[in-house]
Ligand binder design. Structure first.
Ligand code: FA5
Length: 342
């Protein structure tokens, strides 16, 4: 019996290694667990056994049955995920001249990219948080080290409510809330809609999405920042991504950087997407300023951390090759219909 079980385990593993899709898996399930399946036959064979031999065989076969069924389920989930990923990340090109013939609805391109990023960061232990769109001046500016009359406020003019609150200009407005909620150590991302009083053009909207991320712990350094950004972007673009940091300025990070990626479309040779420079500017980031940690109730002498503010809308444009940001908020079904996920 034990030889038979070992043999069966081996052939099962070989069959599983070859399984590519749900149909292959169903065939394997029938072969081993179906009415006339090999394991079912083994169980039937116990009829001829007695006493301890029967007991022992029953234990082993039932264990094998549970393992086989679990492996099939696990592989099924994996195949399902791979299929969803392929559907989501298929290299879609927007052709707005195509007729709008699709009536079944679809996820918005930004939602597709946001969900993918959430999944990637969750798998690296980051909590996913949501935050208000209407915030106080304190949250949007003071709590991230931008005091009243600081010139950095000029770059982020926005829409004010009569009660003095405002539509948040950056997801950084949630940094203080996140630090207070989690304390240290913490890892969190918080995507959100942002608003700015902008002159609109092909790459500037008054309403757009960012995805902010923060990691705070003992001895966090720029090396950690680079590692997480490279890992995340390699997943998004499904290819190894090299990043470079250039000096930048944000009042809430010190040092501050602009993170560029080696163009994933031309491999750095130069193309229309990277404006022939080989690099694409993607994500401002830096080490969280001690004042921001302090205002969030975290001791900057014990903890350090990094923060980044990814332009989610711009990332979606890059992934789906959309060359005018205004398409995304336009409700133009001719363009948006093409992202339908069946
Ligand atoms: C900020 O908003 C900082 N809060 C980012 C940050 C977070 C830095 C944490 C350091 C640490 P900036 O203004 O550059 O930075 O905006 C970040 C990204 O948002 C830009 O790179 C861009 O992709 C996107 N963005 C900004 N303004 C617009 C706009 N009008 N339309 C579309 N995307 C925009």
């Amino acid at each position: 019996m034990s030889e038979k079980i070992d043999e069966l385990k081996q052939t099962f593993q070989e069959d599983m290694d070859k399984a590519q899709n749900t149909e292959d898996l169903e065939n394997i399930r029938v072969k081993y667990l179906g009415k006339k399946g090999t394991i079912t036959e083994l169980l039937k064979g116990m009829r001829n056994m007695q006493g301890d031999e029967r007991k022992e065989a029953g234990k082993r076969i039932n264990l094998l049955k549970a393992q086989v069924s679990e492996s099939i389920q696990e592989r099924g989930k994996q195949i399902q995920k791979e299929m969803e990923k392929r559907l989501l990340m298929a290299d879609r090109r927007v052709d707005i001249s195509l007729p709008a013939g699709n009536n079944i609805g679809s996820l918005h391109p930004i939602t597709i990219v946001q969900r993918e990023l959430e999944e990637i960061f969750s798998s690296m232990g980051f909590a996913v948080e949501d935050y208000n769109e209407v915030v106080t001046e304190y949250q949007n500016f003071e709590a991230v080290n931008v005091p009243k009359n600081h010139p950095a406020r000029d770059m982020q003019d926005t829409y004010y409510l009569d009660n003095g609150e405002l539509l948040k200009t950056q997801t950084s407005a949630a940094q203080n809330y996140i630090l207070r909620k989690y304390g240290a150590p913490c890892r969190a991302i918080f995507p959100g809609r942002c608003f700015r009083n902008e002159a609109l053009d092909a790459s500037h909207e008054n309403t757009f999405f960012q995805m902010e991320g923060m990691m705070v712990d003992k001895d966090i350094s720029v090396a950690n920042l680079i590692y997480f950004m490279e890992t995340m972007l390699s997943e998004v673009f499904q290819t190894d991504i090299t990043v470079r940091l250039r000096p930048g300025f944000f009042p809430f990070t010190e040092p501050s950087f602009e993170l560029d990626i080696h163009c994933p479309f031309c491999g750095g040779k130069g193309c229309a997407t990277c404006k022939h420079g080989g690099w694409i500017e993607l994500c401002p980031c830096g080490m969280i300023h001690p004042n921001v940690l302090k205002m969030g109730g975290v001791d900057p002498d014990k903890y350090t951390g990094f923060a980044f503010g990814l332009g989610l809308t711009r990332l979606a444009m890059m992934k789906f090759d959309i060359n005018d940001i205004r398409v995304l908020n336009s409700g133009n079904l001719k363009a948006l219909d093409q992202f339908t996920i069946l």
